[in-house]
Design a protein around this ligand. Structure first.
Ligand SMILES: C[S@@+](CC[C@H](N)C(=O)[O-])C[C@H]1O[C@@H](n2cnc3c(N)ncnc32)[C@H](O)[C@@H]1O
Length: 198
């Protein structure tokens, strides 16, 4: 039932972002890449001046990650993560050579430590646990353009991450450092949360 509802009413992530993104040829950061499927859509549909992709492609051993795509399990181990990294590099080889796409095999924290870019769009889809999402939002607020968008995937989903994304957004809402532009609900079905810096 939930699956049918999602199929019938779920809005397309890219269309949703396009509705609120005012900048043409934006500078985009995507945190959490996996196989690069969404990166490809961001690149093809939004035609960014630059797209930066960040993912450590690490298979973690901790119990908490066992149900995630990056836990060390039968479906995901270090060999598989290494292959994803190679495949993503190959997938975007031409655009990397043209300096339109850059790939960083790092955690988002490590990336932000050395980052000098200011982004028009930051798509947060890395480690979904509360403390990590909280830090991703904190760092994103330092490197987002005045009118830029920060978008969080899997908002309103409990998952193996115990609703860490929704909780992190709530934290900054309370702090009054962000403004919600669009959030998932039953009438606005997309599991995204789009925020702007106040
Ligand atoms: C849900 S997947 C990303 C899916 C992708 N955005 C898409 O829509 O196709 C989550 C990814 O986050 C990565 N990840 C885990 N911890 C991270 C961290 N600290 N920083 C950046 N990425 C992380 C994982 O390796 C995994 O590939």
């Amino acid at each position: 039932m939930k699956k049918i509802f999602r199929k019938l009413f779920s809005k397309n992530r890219i269309n949703l972002i396009q509705k609120y993104l005012s900048v043409k040829n934006p500078i985009i950061l995507e945190i959490g890449i996996h196989k690069g499927d969404f990166s490809k859509k961001l690149f093809e549909k939004l035609k960014p001046k630059k797209l930066i992709l960040v993912d450590p492609w690490i298979a973690y051993n901790d119990l908490i990650y066992q149900k995630s795509w990056y836990g060390n399990t039968n479906n995901s181990n270090q060999k598989i993560q290494d292959q994803y990294f190679l495949d993503v590099n190959k997938r975007f080889e031409k655009d990397r050579l043209e300096n339109k796409i850059e790939i960083f095999r790092k955690t988002s924290d490590e990336f932000f430590l050395e980052n000098k870019n200011i982004f028009d769009l930051i798509y947060i889809d890395g480690n979904h646990l509360f403390e990590f999402v909280k830090k991703d939002i904190e760092n994103s607020l330092k490197f987002i353009n005045v009118d830029g968008l920060i978008v969080l995937d899997d908002y309103g989903l409990k998952g193996w991450w115990s609703d860490g994304i929704t909780k992190a957004v709530k934290y900054y809402e309370k702090e009054k450092t962000i403004r919600i532009i669009s959030r998932h609900n039953i009438f606005n079905y997309h599991h995204q949360c789009i925020i702007k810096k106040i």
